[in-house]
Design a protein around this ligand. Structure first.
Ligand code: FES
Length: 170
């Protein structure tokens, strides 16, 4: 099995740091999208307290900012789990059993899409093609793609990640 990497490290939410990070996008076409992306890269999510700040920076209403974040599911407005698990829902993976795999993963983790496990370890998201169709069904955990995934393989993977995380924090 390949070497498992640790979770992506995000900064703790800080409104002042977020405000500084988005200044370079002020006045640029599509600046608000770039700003949301930068915030999510830094903190893992866009805290609701950023909406008013972004509205001021980009001269938009809070409702307009909220509209952008809720339209694009890639923007999270609550703190994600230590790992983000994405399960491919596109055609090739569906043909190789991703619908059943998805149901089994949801049931194993006890969450639906866009939710985080009670342990705070895993956030579950759908994804539409990871470019690895020949090895369907595919999942992605943080930046790593895993092909030909079975529910048993998934359980073993998440167990290793949970162990790695608890050893790291010990
Ligand atoms: S359809 Fe799943 S990786 Fe392409």
């Amino acid at each position: 099995m390949q070497q498992l990497s640790g979770p992506i490290k995000y900064q703790e939410w800080n409104l002042d740091a977020a405000k500084m990070a988005v200044q370079e996008f002020r006045g640029r076409t599509g600046g608000v999208m770039l700003a949301l992306h930068r915030i999510q890269q830094l903190f893992g999510y866009v805290d609701p307290s950023a909406m008013a700040m972004l509205g001021k920076v980009f001269n938009l209403s809070r409702a307009e900012i909220h509209g952008v974040t809720s339209f694009y599911h890639d923007y999270k407005t609550s703190k994600p789990g230590k790992y983000t698990v994405k399960v491919c829902q596109a055609e090739a993976c569906q043909a190789m059993g991703s619908v059943k795999l998805t149901e089994d993963i949801k049931s194993f983790l006890g969450v639906d899409f866009h939710e985080t496990t009670a342990s705070g370890d895993f956030t579950l998201e759908p994804v539409y093609c990871l470019g690895n169709c020949a090895c369907s069904p595919n999942i992605m955990i943080d930046q790593e793609t895993y092909g030909r995934v079975s529910i048993d393989g998934f359980k073993a993977l998440t167990e290793s990640l949970s162990t790695a995380t608890s050893e790291e924090s010990a």
